[in-house]
Design a protein around this ligand. Structure first.
Ligand code: GTR
Length: 416
């Protein structure tokens, strides 16, 4: 063999060796694995049982060419977005014919003078039908510039977002966010689309479509997750009219089903500059092909969340024309933070991290640093690399003060 070929072959072999799967600094706690195994023995809980898979190409367009620059990205981005619309989240409409914002309550001395409270009624009128929902917003009084805002898509009870602040909850820690100089807002998912298989169309889906019978809607029709994100976009429309808000610095976030909706909201609406997923798992940040914990078939038991077409991939993940790293890529070059919990193996912490890591080639188009699959950080050790962040914390399925604390540190690193 000629010397040059030998050298070349050696380099290739070394490179292949280096890219062998590395577990990163986090591994699931064996005790938690055994508990989950007992609860759901038919599911996959061990890393060595993850089937081998090949992820669809992030940068290859439908005509076979490879995207090499930010100028070439929009075509591929649009193709990817269309795939997700078609086969997973459905097609959501744009703005209604008429949209109005009514400030129904304002208190400039909320939180003992630290914040201004605004309750906004967002009213839509469309083809003779109407819909309304409320946004609760606190803005920091000590900040003279327009404030950045965190918007939560709330999938839990309204008690978590009490505007009177009699009830306080770490799920929406308004005081802490105000203290950090940020605004905090919330919409109630149920106001946009009830989280119920029977009634989910009774919100904004009916606003656009009127009464429809089962089987009448197309198989790529929007369902609840997309409807919640549609609401986030209308809140953004309001933010653009409020001079105390910096609409170029808005983070949208959600927990679990709210996190799935938040990722999709950030993919559809590029005005959100940070997109945060907290334990969104299957149908959110987790790679579907891993089949770890909750699978596509499992998540499709919520028949009102995804477009009907998504059922095609029940126990058939290998045929998906995308995987969730491509959902993350739709957010690029904007910022995205993915959070997991070690007790929430059902949401597949590693699979959530891997989506973020495998989106690297797209972030690199903008010169951002890569995150490798082997870079998964240790428990309770947030990783923030330019516009991407990740942590896996101790504890169970929940949105906690620890999570918020890191989301705000991440925002500080980008906005301050
Ligand atoms: C789980 C479900 C998840 C997740 C979660 C939630 O039971 O399997 O997909 O969305 O509920 O929203 O709390």
């Amino acid at each position: 063999m000629n010397k040059q070929i030998l050298l070349f072959t050696t380099i290739i072999l070394i490179t292949i060796g280096c890219s062998a799967p590395n577990e990163g600094d986090w591994n699931a706690d064996p005790e938690i694995i055994s508990e989950r195994e007992e609860q759901r023995p038919e599911h996959l809980w061990h890393e060595n049982e993850v089937p081998s898979y090949r992820l669809p190409e992030l940068l290859q367009t439908s005509d076979g060419s490879i995207v090499r620059s930010t100028e070439e990205w929009p075509q591929k981005r649009m193709e990817t977005l269309e795939l997700f619309r078609n086969y997973m989240y459905g097609r959501r409409p744009g703005s209604p014919d008429q949209l109005t914002f009514d400030i129904v309550e304002e208190d400039e001395a909320a939180m003992e003078g630290a914040a201004t409270l605004r309750r906004i009624n967002v009213q839509s009128a469309h083809q003779g039908r109407s819909h309304q929902f409320e946004v609760i917003l606190f803005l920091p009084n000590e900040v003279s510039e327009p404030a950045p805002v965190f918007l939560l898509l709330n999938n839990r009870s309204k008690d978590n977002t009490d505007p009177t602040r009699e009830i306080k909850s770490d799920f929406w820690p308004a005081e802490q966010v105000i203290e950090r100089g940020y605004g905090i807002a919330v919409l109630q998912n149920e106001d946009l689309a009830p989280d119920n298989t029977e009634t989910h169309k009774e919100g904004v889906i009916q606003l656009f479509e009127g009464e429809t019978d089962a089987g009448e809607r197309p198989s790529d029709a929007w369902e609840a997750l997309a409807a919640w994100g549609w609401g986030a976009s209308r809140v953004m429309d309001y933010f653009e009219t409020d001079s105390r808000i910096d609409e170029s610095q808005v983070a949208v976030l959600g927990h679990s089903r709210g996190g799935k909706a938040s990722l999709w909201a950030g993919a559809e609406d590029e005005r959100f500059s940070i997109v945060i997923s907290n334990e969104s798992g299957s149908g959110g940040a987790a790679l579907s092909r891993r089949r770890f914990g909750e699978t596509v078939k499992d998540v499709n038991r919520f028949t009102h969340w995804f477009a009907e077409n998504y059922n095609t991939y029940n126990d058939n993940e290998g045929e998906l024309p995308f995987d969730q790293h491509m959902l993350i890529s739709l957010i690029a070059p904007r910022a995205v933070y993915v959070a997991s919990a070690n007790g929430d193996l059902w949401a597949d912490p590693k699979g959530e991290f891997l989506s973020l890591a495998h989106a690297s080639p797209v972030y690199e188009l903008w010169g951002h640093e890569s995150i490798a699959p082997a870079d998964m950080p240790a428990l309770n050790t947030p990783l923030m690399v330019g516009p991407r962040g990740y942590h896996v914390r101790e504890g169970n399925h929940n949105l906690t003060a620890y999570d918020w604390h890191n989301f705000m540190d991440f925002a500080d690193s980008l906005w301050r």
